[in-house]
Design a protein around this ligand. Sequence first.
Ligand SMILES: [Zn+2]
Length: 112
Amino acid sequence: MGVKLTTMEIDELVINKPNEGFDNCDYCNGIEPQNTMLSFDNSDTIICDECNQEKFDEIQSELDEAIDDVFLVAHQEFNTKSGDITPEQNERLESLKTQLFDLILEQVKQNL
Ligand SMILES: [Zn+2]
C-alpha cells in the first residue's frame, strides 16, 4: 500500500528533493511520491492502492454474491437435500471465481 503524504511532508520534499515528483490519485486526491501508485490501466487515470482495493473488494463481493445466487437457484429448481460441496468442487469453484475476476478486471481495463 502506498503512503499518503501530508501537506507538511510535501513541503519538505519540495525543498529537500526538488526533483522528486508527485502523483495525485484521481479518486481520493491523495498525494504520494511519483510512480508509487499503480496506474489501473493504460490511460492517464492514476489510482492509489487504497482506492483500487475498495473497487476490487466491491467487484469481488458482487461476483461472489452473483455466483451464490446461481447455485441457490439451481438447488431450488431441483429441490436438493443439501448444499454440500466436496473439497475438490470447492477448489474448482474458487479457481473459476479467480479466473472470472481476472477476466472482468482485464475487460474493464481495456475499456477505460
Ligand atoms: Zn486514492
